[in-house]
Design a protein around this ligand. Structure first.
Ligand SMILES: [Fe+2]
Ligand SMILES: [Fe+2]
Length: 248
């Protein structure tokens, strides 16, 4: 846990800030749909995490609480950067949207582990979305922003994998199999929701089929890493980062 704390603290110290310099060069027939889509993701990045932090505090694990705080700081960076991008594209930030409300509701149905499972699905689908966009938008500032967020989500995925891996190895084989089936079903249900909600943008950024396939690939790698009995090493972490980095 301490190494994760050190890793996130090191990242904080050398984090870039995103301020759009001048208008973003996005095709006029694409900018409104892109702004609407990014505004929905922006809303999803804004939660204060109070429910998650309270649930983690109940476990009496001070390191985990501190780690969650640092993880939330990075999500809030994403919210701030995306908010600026939405405005630079001529769009408006959202105060509410059914997708963010549905996510919040499901996250709060259980304890910290349930919340982390839901967050994991959001991280995988978000990383796939940001990566697809970073590959296809031409504006260098926007590309840089989306690439940075995709890389961050790659690190968050590695963090969640490390947490869930420990949890899964405490379960028996039947409960572990049930967890996998339940997580896959939940993940694919949310994936369809994202594809429907963001179809206009995803069609311009590689297509819906490609999004389905890429998110499935990421899920398969995460599932394999979750079942590995050893500690998640720096190399494994780099593998997740690499997934998110392939944007150039
Ligand atoms: Fe994020
Ligand atoms: Fe994240």
């Amino acid at each position: 846990m301490t190494s994760w704390l050190q890793r996130l603290a090191g990242r904080r110290a050398r984090r870039p800030e995103f301020f759009p310099r001048g208008p973003l060069s996005v095709e006029a027939d694409f900018a409104p749909a892109l702004a609407r889509s990014l505004a929905r993701f922006q809303l999803g990045e804004t939660g204060d995490g109070s429910h998650l932090l309270a649930a983690a505090a109940k476990l009496g694990d001070a390191d985990r609480v501190e780690l969650l705080r640092r993880f939330l700081d990075e999500e809030h960076d994403h919210a701030r950067w995306l908010g600026r991008a939405v405005e630079a594209l001529g769009g408006q930030r959202l105060e509410r949207h059914w997708s963010a409300s549905a996510f919040r509701l499901v996250r709060r149905l259980g304890g910290v582990e349930t919340e982390l499972i839901v967050l994991m699905a959001a991280e995988l689908l978000g990383a796939t979305y940001y990566r697809a966009l970073a590959r296809h938008v031409r504006d260098p500032q926007l590309r840089g922003l989306l690439g940075q967020i995709a890389r961050d989500e790659g690190v968050h995925i590695a963090l969640h994998v490390d947490w869930q891996r420990r949890h899964l190895h405490q379960l028996g084989p039947v409960r572990r199999a049930l967890f996998r089936v339940g997580f896959h079903a939940f993940f694919r249900a949310v994936c369809v929701m994202v594809m429907l909600d963001h179809r206009a943008v995803l069609r311009r950024c590689g297509g819906l089929r490609s999004y389905w396939r890429a998110s499935g690939d990421l899920l398969a790698r995460v599932t394999a890493a979750q079942l590995r009995p050893c500690r998640l090493t720096g190399r494994a972490l780099l593998r997740f980062r690499h997934l998110a980095v392939e944007t150039a």
